[in-house]
Design a protein around this ligand. Structure first.
Ligand code: GDP
Ligand code: MG
Length: 297
């Protein structure tokens, strides 16, 4: 059988379920998910094998109107990954409908004469009639080549999507080992898991003020692993909130991150978190380079 391999980019407004879809297709959590916007900060590749075909799924940050440097870099990463792909999927949250953010993405694709595959997600939340009118509305834009209706969270419609992606991939050698699930190093991925737990437990501006970095990864003789991570916040007052009364908040973040790391890695994890103030992390070029983001986007 001929080998095939190609890139499928998933783009869309924040929070439509892009990362949930990538994880569901890969079959494990490669990209973190939360009910908050801007959870995904950089391009994450999820790898799926379908017989002799390797599908490289490109999970991207949500596309929205950026104001700050860090936001600009995230949105730029989403666009550049999308435009490099063999296949571009626009994901829309069926309950939210064809909103302004999605319209802007479509307009930009239209300008480039770019055909897209439409993925309507969260079909578990809406009536059939809503789906049909939404489909008609977007189809009228004239750039949609195929439409899929899925529930990434519940797993509905994913088999068809997987087959369609596989069929669309060009002939060529695999770009990654066939048992890899992602391009992230384990230490970056582990930092992301902690960031997800922090996102879930913090409100307002705090999730956006923090960053997580793994600073050490030590394999122990007994088969366990020790992971040290720094959580950066921008102000002293934020540090207090992340730590919580009597250290309760940080303990809860740490426990739930450790549990998930252990589940996915299949071994014991000793996780050590340290919260520190690094006021200007969003203005440091090195932070962007580490995430594969363009500081000057
Ligand atoms: P992203 O920002 O586009 O990557 O979106 P996420 O994958 O982080 O998901 C955003 C939120 O939508 C999370 O709370 C998900 O659990 C939820 N979500 C994703 N897919 C579905 C779905 O098919 N149905 C429902 N009801 N919720 C979903
Ligand atoms: Mg995401």
């Amino acid at each position: 059988m001929t080998k095939r391999c190609g890139y499928v980019a998933i783009v869309g407004a924040p929070n439509v379920g892009k990362s949930t879809l990538v994880n569901a297709l890969v079959g494990t959590k490669v990209s973190i998910v939360s009910p908050k916007v801007q959870t995904t900060r950089f391009r994450v590749l999820g790898l799926v094998m379908v017989e002799e075909t390797q599908i490289v799924l490109v999970d991207t940050p949500g596309i929205f109107h950026p104001r700050r440097r860090f936001e600009r870099a995230m949105v730029a990463a989403a666009w550049s990954s999308a435009l490099d792909a063999d296949f571009i999927c626009l994901m829309i949250d069926a309950r939210r409908g064809y909103d302004e953010e999605s319209k802007k993405i479509v307009a930009k694709m239209k300008d480039r004469n770019q055909k897209i595959v439409l993925i309507l997600n969260k079909i578990d939340l809406v009536e059939k009639a809503t789906l049909l009118s939404l489909t008609a509305e977007i189809h009228a834009e004239g750039i949609v080549s195929e439409i899929f209706m899925v529930s990434a969270r519940q797993g509905d419609g994913l088999e068809d999507l997987r087959k369609a992606f596989a069929k669309a991939m060009p002939e060529g050698p695999w770009l990654f080992p066939d048992d890899d699930v992602s391009d992230l190093s384990l230490s970056v991925w582990a930092a992301e898991i902690t960031r997800e737990k922090a996102f879930m437990r913090l409100q307002e501006e705090l999730p956006y003020a923090l960053a997580v970095v793994s600073t050490a990864w030590e394999e122990r003789k007994d088969g366990s692993v020790r992971i040290d991570q720094d959580i950066y916040v921008q102000r002293e007052s934020q540090k207090g909130i992340v730590v919580g009364k009597g250290g309760e908040k940080i303990k809860s973040i740490s426990t739930s991150a450790r549990e998930e790391l252990e589940k996915i890695l299949g071994r014991s994890v000793h996780l050590f978190l340290r919260v520190s103030v690094k006021e200007d992390w969003q203005e440091r070029k090195g932070v962007y380079t580490d995430m594969g983001l363009d500081f000057d986007a």
